[in-house]
Design a protein around this ligand. Structure first.
Ligand code: ACO
Length: 372
C-alpha cells in the first residue's frame, strides 16, 4: 500500500547540473563545440582578436554595434572603496579583494535596475583599477592613479607596475581579455543573470559572478598549466613526462573541454598572439613542445574521444609573458569576463523573467515531531 503522506512521484524531467537544459536565450555569443567555433554577436573570435580591441568587443557586447575605435580607459577607485581594500589582510586572495571592491563600488554608486551600457562601462573600467590597487597595497606599495590616455588593458598593467607597458605587451593581454570576455551560460554568467532577474543591481550581479568564478571548477587552470610546464622542464623531457603523467592518472592541464570537442578557437587565437610576442619567452617554446606531445599521446590513449588544447593552455604563456604573477591569473580572467557578465545583465534586464526553477523533493514524507 502506498503511504498517503508520501509526496506523489515527481516525474518531471531533471538534469543534474542543468546539463543539456536550455535555460534562456541570448544574442551575445554562440559556441559550436563540435566545430570549435565561438562567435560574439555573429563575429568569429579569431577575427575579433585580429581586428579588434577589448574596448571595441565590450561595446559590441553591450550595444550590438561594432565600433573599432571605441576606447575604455580605467576609472579611479572611489576613496571609500580604496579604504575597504586597505582594510583587507594582505594575504587575501585577489579574487576576494575584487569581489569586495565590486560590492563596495555598488554601495557607493547605487546603480539602479535595469542595468544599462553606461553602468556596464563604469563597472568594467573601475575593476582593473581596484585589482591593481590591491596588487600594490599587498606588496606595501601605494596605488597608482589610472592614466586617462591608456586604454583599459594597458591601464591595468600600468597601475600594477607603475610603468606604461610596451605596445606588444598591452596587445597580448588585450587579446586575452577579448577571448575571455564572453562564453555563454557558464556558471558565473548564469549567476549574474539569476541575480539580475530579481531586479537586483549590476554590482550585485557581478559580485555574485566573481564568487561563482572563484571555484576551482570554473576559474580555469592557467596557473596549473604553468606548474606542469615547469615540472616538464625541457622540451626533451616532454614525451616521458606526458606518458608518465597519463599513466599515473594525472590530467594534463589545458587539454579537454566540456563543450569543445575540437581545438578550442580561443586557444588558437592566443597561440597566434603568444607566438608573435616580441619577447618570446623560452618558456613558450617549451609549451609548444609539450602541446605537440600531449596532443599525440592523448590521441593514442583516447582514439574515440577528441581531447584537444583548451584556452587555458595558451592563456598561461600570455599571462606569464606580460609579467603577471600566477596568483593574479584568476582575478584577471574575472576582469576580462566583466564585459560578458554585464552584457548578460543588460540582456536579462531588458526582457526580464524571474529565474526560479523547480526542485525535486527527495526528503521525508510528512510526519509529526517526536512526542507531538
Ligand atoms: N588529461 C588527461 N585525461 C583527460 C583530460 C586531460 N586533460 N581530460 C579528459 N581526460 C580523460 C578523463 O580522464 C576521462 O578518461 P576515462 O574515461 O578513462 O576516465 C575522459 O577523458 C573523459 O573525461 P571527462 O572528465 O568526462 O571529460 P569532460 O569533457 O567532462 O571534462 C574537463 C572536461 C573537466 C575540462 C577535462 O577535460 C579536464 O579535467 N581537463 C584538464 C583541466 C583543464 O584544462 N581545465 C580547463 C578547462 S577550460 C575552462 O574551464 C575555461
Amino acid at each position: 500500500m502506498t503511504d498517503p503522506a508520501a509526496p506523489a512521484a515527481d516525474t518531471r524531467p531533471y538534469s543534474p547540473g542543468l546539463e543539456g537544459v536550455v535555460a534562456g536565450e541570448t544574442s551575445l555569443s554562440h559556441i559550436d563545440g563540435a566545430a570549435g567555433r565561438l562567435l560574439y554577436r555573429g563575429y568569429p573570435i579569431g577575427e575579433l582578436v585580429r581586428a579588434g580591441s577589448y574596448a571595441a568587443v565590450a561595446e559590441l557586447l553591450w550595444s550590438g554595434e561594432w565600433r573599432p575605435d571605441a576606447t575604455l580607459p580605467c576609472l579611479p577607485v572611489p576613496g571609500t572603496v580604496m579604504a575597504a581594500l586597505r582594510a583587507l589582510p594582505t594575504t587575501a586572495r585577489p579574487m576576494d579583494a575584487l569581489r569586495t571592491a565590486v560590492s563596495a563600488w555598488g554601495a557607493v554608486t547605487d546603480p539602479s535596475f535595469p542595468p544599462t551600457p553606461d553602468q556596464a562601462r563604469a563597472l568594467t573600467a573601475f575593476s582593473p583599477s581596484a585589482l591593481a590597487a590591491f596588487a600594490r597595497i599587498r606588496r606595501g606599495l601605494e596605488p597608482v592613479a589610472p592614466d586617462p590616455d591608456l586604454d583599459l588593458v594597458a591601464g591595468y598593467l600600468y597601475q600594477i607596475n607603475g610603468e606604461r607597458p610596451d605596445a606588444a605587451t598591452a596587445r597580448a593581454l588585450d587579446a586575452y581579455f577579448i577571448v575571455g570576455a564572453e562564453h555563454g551560460f557558464n556558471a558565473s554568467t548564469f549567476t549574474a543573470r539569476v541575480i539580475t532577474s530579481t531586479r537586483s543591481d549590476i554590482a550585485s550581479a557581478v559580485a555574485g559572478a566573481i564568487g561563482a568564478m572563484k571555484g576551482p571548477l570554473h576559474g580555469g587552470a592557467p596557473s596549473e598549466v604553468v606548474e606542469q610546464i615547469h615540472e616538464v622542464g625541457t622540451p626533451e623531457r616532454a614525451e616521458v613526462w606526458v606518458r608518465e603523467a597519463l599513466a599515473s592518472g594525472t590530467r594534463l592541464m589545458g587539454f579537454g573541454h566540456r563543450v569543445y570537442r575540437a581545438y578550442d578557437p580561443r586557444a588558437a587565437a592566443l597561440r597566434e598572439v603568444a607566438e608573435s610576442m616580441e619577447h618570446r619567452p623560452e618558456w613558450l617554446e617549451l609549451a609548444i613542445a609539450v602541446e605537440d606531445v600531449a596532443l599525440r599521446v592523448l590521441g593514442e590513449k583516447y582514439p574515440d574521444r577528441p581531447l584537444k588544447t583548451n584556452v587555458e593552455f595558451y592563456a598561461a604563456p600570455v599571462l606569464m609573458g606580460v609579467g603577471l604573477t600566477p596568483d593574479l591569473f584568476p582575478a584577471t580572467f574575472a576582469l576580462a569576463r566583466h564585459a560578458g557578465w554585464t552584457a548578460h545583465a543588460i540582456e536579462q534586464g531588458a526582457a526580464n523573467r524571474l529565474i526560479r526553477p523547480d526542485v525535486r523533493y527527495v526528503g521525508a514524507a510528512e510526519r509529526s515531531l517526536p512526542g507531538a
